[in-house]
Design a protein around this ligand. Structure first.
Ligand code: FAD
Length: 553
């Protein structure tokens, strides 16, 4: 860990050098002794330290300096390091300044110049102050820090990307941490743009896009070549499985994922029915392992890249990305899965990300601590989330449309919910409106057979009301069912006949779409099982079919 700093500030070079010499001879083993010849230079140093989240234990500052006095410096510097101890060096005549400083900047001590001998007049005072500081000092987090507002949608988005991509970070609520607020203010005046993300190398990003964040962290976002054998759209279980098999079987494979890898499964707190994991595994863990495995086999995994359109041009399958860039391949697998269905009630738009969340939003677990939480929906994913939040929340209320959980939830989850006293299930209920100024405060609910109106106060609401296929990017190109799921293999036949546009003699392979060489697998495919194991199975099987297809081009 970086040693905490002691910063000496004096405009007279001989005095400054003498202070520095005395400080070093006594404290160099445990502290970094820094010096500055003016208040302004010292403030720059303090800002740089703060930017790197380096600890600072003590300021030792001359009272009388031209341009910026010692007290003026300390009143600025303590915004950034509120806990650092503050000592003023004064001449006898300046005692009044020092005494007023005690009130103005909560001065801890003032030392009269000269301080000889230091063993008697300097070290005992500083030892005492530093001992005090050390007792309450918590070593700073040395990784990425996200300073934002708990209830800002953009802060939630950044946290969500970091946690989904398994990047450790420290969350700092600017409303609660004065030092972080002051630091963020220097980069985002008035805190109009949040969050501010600080990196260990001293750089920062203000309100970053997912792509900027991904690039800064070191995730690949740019393809290494323009042409591949297999291009996979979507990094959920289906796409990841295909990338593992594609890579391991020697295909030049690239996977494009619009967020972090993991897909819907990545948002699951505990997947308990996946083969080989008797005590379950979290979706994030599955995503991390699968992504590492795909890369190990040589597949390129690009995150924070969204495919906007797909087209076929002779033997080539071409995708256009969100920035207009294009990539092409011989074969393409559409593994874009499903997107959560939105709840449409008054007030919800403004509060989404500010207390209202789609999916489990596990990054918000700490924020719900001790608060009341609403879960909307009664399927397995809602049940898993209710059990997960029940560990932190004061009360969890599940709002379900049906008369009981029995219709849509696995028995093991129903049993656990029944055994968890903090979870209440409100049957025959639906949300009619949400309220809150900057963040969710309450939801109106119509409940029971009589649809009685109730207002439930809550700090957070997590919504699980089903999903729709993400297949718009294939509209007009691929055959889809009325709900938007992509048709493949035998499902393409209507009244025993293949679509007129199908150009080949042979039948489409089982997971092949109405365009030869474009495959669809996992949740986006019509008739798929909507399970992790099934998605993994389809993703891997698709690669076998890609091989067969490649033999023909
Ligand atoms: C909360 C929750 C809990 C679940 N729990 C379980 C469980 O316990 N057991 C179980 O078997 N199943 C569970 N499921 C279901 C399971 O997660 C899904 O069946 C599985 O994730 C489907 O995988 P997929 O890869 O086909 O699609 P998805 O998981 O939906 O992944 C698709 C990916 O494609 C990306 N994408 C979409 N469009 C584009 C584009 N245009 N460009 C680039 N990328 C794009 C998305 O961002 C996403 O990452 C759960 C689902 C949820 C939501």
């Amino acid at each position: 860990m970086t040693k905490p700093a002691i910063l000496a500030v004096d405009d007279e070079p001989e005095v400054l050098n003498a202070v520095e010499r005395d400080l070093r001879s006594h404290y160099a083993a445990e502290y970094r002794v820094l010096k500055a010849g003016s208040g302004q230079v010292a403030l720059d140093t303090v800002r740089q330290l703060r930017q790197r989240n380096a600890p600072l234990a003590l300021f030792l500052v001359d009272a009388r300096m031209p341009q910026m006095s010692g007290i003026e410096f300390l009143s600025e510097a303590r915004q950034l390091y509120p806990d650092a101890r503050k000592v003023l060096l004064t001449a006898y005549a300046d005692t009044d300044v020092a005494i007023s400083g005690i009130n103005r900047v909560q001065l801890d001590h003032y030392l009269m110049k000269p301080w000889d001998p230091p063993a008697e007049r300097l070290y005992p005072v500083l030892d005492d102050l530093l001992g005090d500081w050390t007792a309450s000092f918590r070593p700073p987090f040395e990784g990425i820090r996200v300073a934002g507002s708990q209830w800002s949608p953009k802060s939630h988005e950044v946290k969500d990307f970091l946690s989904r991509s398994q990047t450790p970070y420290q969350w700092i609520d600017v409303e609660r941490d004065a030092g972080a607020r002051a630091q963020a203010e220097t980069l985002s005046p008035g805190l109009k743009r949040l969050p501010v993300v600080f990196f260990p190398d001293g750089t920062s990003l203000v309100e970053p896009s997912t792509r900027a964040l991904a690039e800064k962290i070191g995730f690949a976002t740019t393809a290494s070549r323009p042409f591949y054998d297999l291009l996979i759209v979507g990094g959920g279980p289906t796409g990841l499985a295909a990338a593992v098999y594609g890579g391991s079987e020697g295909l030049r494979t690239v996977l494009l994922e619009r967020e972090a890898t993991g897909g819907q499964a990545g948002t699951s707190a505990a997947i308990e029915n996946y083969l080989g994991f008797p005590s379950g595994l979290s979706g994030a863990d599955l995503a991390r392992r699968a992504t590492a495995q795909a890369k190990r086999f040589g597949a390129e995994v690009l995150t924070a890249r969204e495919v906007r359109t797909i087209r076929a041009d002779g033997p080539y399958r071409i995708v256009t990305l969100e920035d207009g860039a294009e990539l092409s391949s011989y074969a393409l697998l559409l593994a874009s899965g499903m997107a959560v269905r939105r709840l449409e009630v008054p007030g919800i738009e403004a509060l989404t990300g500010a207390g209202v969340f789609y999916g489990a939003a596990l990054t918000e677990a700490a924020a719900v601590r001790g608060n009341d939480v609403l879960i909307v929906g009664g399927a397995n994913s809602a049940g898993q989330a209710a059990l997960s939040f029940a560990r932190h929340a004061r009360k969890v209320t599940m709002l379900i449309r049906g008369a009981s959980l029995a219709g849509g939830m696995s028995q093991y989850l129903q049993d656990r919910i029944a055994d968890t006293p903090v979870i209440e299930v409100l049957a025959d209920s639906e949300v009619t409106a949400v309220h809150g100024t900057d963040r969710l405060e309450a939801a109106d609910v119509a409940t029971g057979a009589a649809r009685a109106a109730r207002r439930l106060e809550a700090a957070a609401m997590f919504i699980f009301i089903g999903s729709t296929p993400r297949s718009d990017l294939a509209a007009g190109l691929l055959e889809r069912d009325p709900a938007g799921f992509v048709l493949t293999g035998p499902d393409l036949r209507v009244d025993g006949r293949l679509p007129r546009a199908w150009p080949l003699e042979r039948d489409p392979f089982l997971l092949e779409t109405s365009v030869p060489g474009i495959f669809a697998a996992g949740d986006v495919r019509h008739g798929s099982s909507k399970r992790v194991a099934a998605a993994v199975g389809e993703g891997s099987s698709a690669v076998g079919m890609v091989h067969k297809y490649l033999e023909t081009v």
